[in-house]
Write a protein that binds this ligand. Structure first.
Ligand code: ADP
Length: 544
């Protein structure tokens, strides 16, 4: 066999620290703005973030954090969290972001499983950390992410103040070079069933994913953008925006703990935000605030909505009433998270607006770097015809190959089974029918809860809708629709029922509609179907 002719190019490892080095050097005066937990707005630049991250890297070294050690964070989106992302991964340790909305027992389980040795937390979580500390023996150092003036009195051993810790250090630090396949970030799934599972992203996967995110057919972010990630840095790295923004040199605005419509609107306007990202419930909250107060969005141009299905009605309203283009996207923790993103192709530009919109309501198509297929129960590939639906499988450079300390191989023939059910059309657009555990099984056939929810959301008085399978003696399950009305608005059961004929197959139409004041949410801001099913376990359908 002949020897291959090797390329003669530099080998520059794809390391997270290189993003910050780039932003510091080429976008040094670009701003990072944060709404702080202490109150007020903090404002500095990539140059400042670079300098402080190097101080922080020295501070981590001083307390003995070494390569591969896990350093946990319990924090909102803010500049200190951003510094931790870079200082921890950049120095070769692993930033372990923890979702504070999980139950404390789950958090303790995760900390112990990850064997975190240091945990940094925002002031908001001080009471939680007081409860956690005695249950987390691996943690040798606790860091309050605040300054001396705001240090709380806490019964926690080995407690340090972030600003004191950092300020004592020099800003001279050479970001080390190491294997790009080393772990950079650890994020656990929320464990709605069973214990949470750890997805351990590498430096290489993080950079590849960040590159993909910036592509014009994906988030299309650039040095001309001002990005406000509503998605939290404590879950799947805020959809990678804290990496993508320095990659392109975009201004970042961190919203802190204030994720209500009024606070977001204020920041969008005062900072000139052009691009944002979040789960549907956040945008529903913002929309209500805009509508109730007759407000406009003067700079926001594009948003990505994902994490759960985006109701088409929400997309339409943002575009027609506020001039904001909504892009639907699909992903999951195990995919860092991006799997698909919705943008049209050249051939679609000639289509009438309603046909374009129909494509745009799907979850989107995979960027280069991700491959998808749908399979039947025996693992056989199904046609990409937009009709056949099956279990969605995925492969790619930012998809997990195993879970952290996991004993089972999650892959099937080199593909990751997502647990989602959907269709793929000939152009590669994915449409998610459901999570396999949420799909409604009626008389042996499947009904998509998402399709029914989307129809219900078309009514202007509906704020949120969720469909679950309720017990039926003849059909096993029939769809039950649970609706939350918009504040101060009314709609009857019959009006809701009249939305369905002609839009979905007759046998898909929900058997019943109930109204609720609110819907139970998961730790990642999605409607918890699991809790709804428990809540309506005894619900008696009209003809059952
Ligand atoms: P969790 O919320 O359970 O912690 P993830 O954040 O990883 O986990 O959620 C991933 C899941 O969210 C996907 O498997 C899918 O079921 C759902 N999901 C994400 N985006 C969408 C979307 N655009 N439409 C429908 N479902 C989505």
């Amino acid at each position: 066999m002949s020897t291959p002719l090797m390329g003669q190019m530099m080998e520059v490892p794809l390391l997270v620290s290189s993003l910050l080095k780039h932003a510091e050097r080429y976008h040094g005066d670009t701003e990072i703005v944060s709404r702080t937990v202490e109150g007020g707005i903090h404002r500095y630049t990539y140059a400042d973030a670079g300098r402080r991250s190097r101080q922080l890297a020295n501070a981590l070294k001083r307390i003995g954090v070494g390569r591969g050690d896990r350093v946990a964070t319990l924090a909102w989106n803010g500049y200190r969290h951003f510094e931790l992302y870079y200082a921890i991964s950049g120095s070769g340790a692993v930033v372990h972001t923890i979702n504070p909305r999980l139950f404390p027992e789950q958090i303790a389980w995760i900390v112990n499983h990850a064997e975190d040795r240091t945990l940094c937390f925002d002031l908001t979580f001080a009471p939680l950390v007081e409860k956690l500390a005695p249950q987390c023996p691996t943690v040798k150092q606790w860091v309050v992410m605040t300054d001396r003036a705001h240090m709380p009195e806490l019964k926690i051993p080995n407690l340090i103040c972030y600003e004191d810790w950092l300020e004592a250090e020099s800003d001279e630090f050479e970001w080390p070079e190491f294997d790009e396949k080393s772990a950079a970030c650890l994020c656990y799934t929320s464990g709605t069933t069973g214990n949470p599972k750890g997805a351990l992203y590498s430096h290489r996967s993080t950079i590849l994913h960040a590159y993909a995110i910036c592509l014009p057919d994906v988030m299309n972010v650039s040095a001309r953008d001002c990005i406000l990630p509503v998605v939290p840095m404590f879950h799947v790295s805020a959809w990678t925006l804290p990496y993508a923004a320095p990659l392109v040199g975009a201004k970042i605005v961190f919203p802190g703990a204030a994720l209500d419509g009024a606070s977001l609107h204020e920041l969008f306007e005062s900072e000139g935000v052009t691009f944002s990202a979040g789960v549907p419930t956040v945008w529903q909250g913002l929309l209500q605030h805009l509508q109730n107060n007759k407000l406009k969005l003067s700079t926001l141009k594009r948003c990505v909505i994902g994490g759960s299905a985006c109701p088409p009605a929400l997309m339409k309203t943002f575009e027609s009433d506020y001039g904001v283009k909504i892009h639907h996207a699909w992903g999951m923790t195990e995919l860092s998270p991006l799997g698909t993103f919705n943008t049209l192709k050249n051939k679609h530009l000639k289509l009438p607006a309603d046909e374009q919109f129909e494509i745009e309501t799907k979850q989107g198509r995979p960027p280069f770097g991700i491959d998808l297929k749908i399979v039947d129960a025996d693992g056989r590939s199904l046609p990409r015809d937009g009709k056949a639906f099956g279990d969605l499988m995925v492969r790619g450079g930012w998809v997990i190959s195993g879970y952290y300390k996991g004993d089972k191989d999650p892959l099937s023939d080199g593909w990751f089974p997502t647990g989602d059910v959907g269709t793929l059309d000939p152009d590669g657009y994915l449409q998610i029918t459901d999570r396999s555990k949420d799909v409604i099984k009626s008389g042996g056939e499947w009904i998509s809860s998402i399709d029914l929810e989307n129809v219900a959301c078309e009514h202007p008085a509906v704020a949120q809708a969720a469909v679950i399978g309720a017990y039926h003696p003849k059909w096993d399950e029939r769809p039950l629709l649970i609706v939350v009305k918009k504040q101060g608005q009314d709609v009857s059961r019959d009006e809701i029922m009249q939305l369905f004929p002609g839009k979905v197959a007759k046998w898909w139409i929900p058997d019943d509609v109930v109204f609720a004041d609110e819907l139970p949410m998961t730790a990642t801001g999605k409607i918890s179907k699991l809790r709804l099913r428990e809540q309506f376990k005894e619900h008696k359908l009209p003809d059952a």
